[in-house]
Design a protein around this ligand. Structure first.
Ligand code: VG1
Ligand code: CO
Length: 543
């Protein structure tokens, strides 16, 4: 039976870069998740009788909120819910299911690369019918609604069985429990040359994929070990755990250090290493003896995409988030295709992909994807790498070095200062903003500032404008430093400092990254006063 429950608004339900993320105890407050889900529904039109996709990364509290969301979808008038078995869908798999079955939209439960568990992070995100994260227009409307909501609709019903594949009626709404992996694996098989990748494995190619005890385990097992016949054990940490085994499911050099060390261990290292994050949309790529920065990976994938059957006709254009290095710009220039620079967050790529302006998108934060779905896609990036390796017959190291020789190298690093005092972080950014006009022409160390601005994005498709997307300081010669505050954290503030230098000279392509960027790192400190303002001597994470 449908019932309407009275509630009171929470004033902190503003979606960030990728949905609403809070600590689990915040979500466990009375009606907290219900309020947000009802606010999503209240901000949408025309879903009566339509299909809603529901799934998450399996972290702590996933199952509870799946139950809540299914009941509320029925009470609000959806005709059908498609839910991944046991409430599981990786973010890219959810995007695919929404598109493939022409659903009205989807609710994805994830806090992505943030840790999970009873006192860690949880998140809720709404994706629209194109399969992508709701654009700002919708997330703003949801936030407005959360501030005045006074009731939500749900069903009075026993727990719904989400553990068996099949369909049943739930008070007039169909619940279809689906295999979370099959549709996604089929899509990958359409895009990539599985025969030649299988052949490469059969000839002894060795790879390690670290699923970080997160959602990609079952996907990677099915695709890499079953369909591509990589040896069993290729996928490590393959069982999704509600607390990711106590680790950060963030595939970077700090949290995937074991994989990094293995790949740097000399002659016996595997040929190729990769990892993905909590919800399966990020990728880490490490060749034998070489870490591939996500910005370089985007450029390399774009330059070689035509080697995969799904992209054999070439790519229409490339988009990257503003802080991502300009390595991909050089590829777009050479291919004579469009290049778009967007704010951080996948929601800004949706319009460009829908309009056919771009095929491949990427972010420096280990996110790469294409028009096949409307989310970044960790395993997709790994499979495109494997397809390129199989097709070219070169090692990852050779591919990277040849790329630098052709296009030049964009030395790149991101320094994160996590959990800093929010006021101090905001003041740091404000102070930079305040002096932008005076910086051009001035010297910082030996570097001369050529331009400084606060990045604003004008969407060429819907003409919406997004301001204050990061402070950019550009120097003569094309080097730059970017400062912005994270929109995905759940405690304090995270300051991100993005540092980039272009080096055309192949004789200078093998310098250690931090060394190659040392003068820019010093300039960032001089410009922003990070140490004195945050009290931090060094970054928490360097990627
Ligand atoms: C971070 C990354 C951004 C990414 C976002 C979501 O955002 O910088 O590039 O799109 O996380 O990724 P922020 O605002 O913290 O810098 V995921 O894999 O957490 O959904
Ligand atoms: Co993620």
């Amino acid at each position: 039976m449908t019932k309407t429950v009275a509630t009171r608004p929470y004033l902190d339900q503003k979606p960030g870069t990728s949905g609403l993320r809070k600590k689990v105890p915040v979500f466990q407050q009375e009606n907290y998740a219900e309020n947000f889900i009802q606010s999503i529904f209240d901000s949408l039109d025309g879903f009566e009788g339509q299909t809603l996709v529901i799934g998450g990364d399996g972290r702590f509290y996933n199952r509870e909120v799946v139950q809540i969301a299914i009941r509320m979808a029925a009470a609000n008038g959806f005709g059908k819910v498609m839910v991944g078995r046991s409430g599981i869908l990786s973010t890219p798999a959810a995007s695919n299911v929404i598109r493939k079955y022409k659903a009205f939209g989807g609710i994805i439960l994830s806090a992505s690369h943030n840790p999970g568990g009873p006192t860690e992070d949880f998140g809720i995100k709404y994706n629209t019918g194109n399969g992508g994260p709701a654009p700002e227009k919708i997330t703003d409307a949801i936030f407005e609604r959360t501030k005045s909501i006074d009731a939500y609709k749900t069903l009075q019903t026993a727990d719904i069985d989400i553990d068996q594949i099949g369909s049943f009626d739930l008070e007039g709404m169909v619940v279809e429990v689906i295999d979370p992996v099959a549709d996604y694996a089929d899509l990958m098989e359409e895009l990539f040359d599985f025969n030649s990748i299988r052949n490469m494995f059969s000839l002894g190619f060795r790879m390690v994929f670290d699923a970080m005890s997160a959602v990609t385990g079952p996907y990677a097992k099915e695709i890499l070990e079953n369909r591509l016949r990589a040896p069993s054990g290729t996928v490590r940490n393959a069982t999704p755990l509600p607390d990711f085994g106590g680790h950060h499911p963030d595939p970077n050099l700090v949290h995937a250090k074991d994989l990094y060390d293995l790949m740097m261990s000399g002659d016996n290292a595997p040929d190729f290493g990769a990892a993905s994050d909590g919800d399966g949309d990020r990728n880490l790529i490490i060749g034998k003896d070489i870490f591939v920065t996500p910005s370089d990976s985007l450029a390399i994938l774009a330059a070689n995409a035509h080697l995969a059957p799904g992209y054999a006709d070439g790519i229409a254009g490339i988009a990257r988030s503003m802080p991502t290095s300009a390595a991909a710009d050089r590829v777009a220039e050479k291919l004579g295709i469009g290049m778009y620079e967007t704010p951080t967050g996948w929601k800004f790529f949706g319009n460009l992909l829908d309009a056919g302006k771009v095929t491949i998108c990427g972010e420096e934060s280990a996110g790469t994807g294409s028009s096949h779905v409307r989310e970044k896609d960790g395993l997709w990036a790994v499979l495109l790498w494997l397809n390129i390796l199989a097709s070219r017959g070169d090692s990852a190291r050779e591919i990277v070095q040849q790329h630098w020789a052709t296009y030049g190298r964009n030395y790149y690093s991101r320094h994160d200062y996590e959990g800093v005092d929010s006021d101090a972080a905001n003041e740091l950014v404000e102070a930079l903003r305040g002096k932008l006009d005076t910086l051009p022409g001035t010297k910082v160390g030996d570097l001369t500032v050529s331009e400084a601005d606060d990045f604003a994005y004008h969407d060429p498709v819907d003409e919406s404008v997004s301001k204050h997307q990061g402070i950019r300081i550009l120097f003569d010669g094309g080097s730059r430093v970017v400062f912005r505050l994270s929109g995905t954290g759940t405690s304090g503030a995270t300051l991100r400092v993005y540092i980039e230098r272009y080096e055309p000279d192949a004789a200078r392509h093998n310098i250690e990254t931090q060394e190659a960027l040392a003068d820019l790192i010093a300039a960032a400190e001089e410009l922003a006063g990070i140490k004195s303002r945050t009290g931090r001597d060094a970054p928490t994470v360097i990627t």
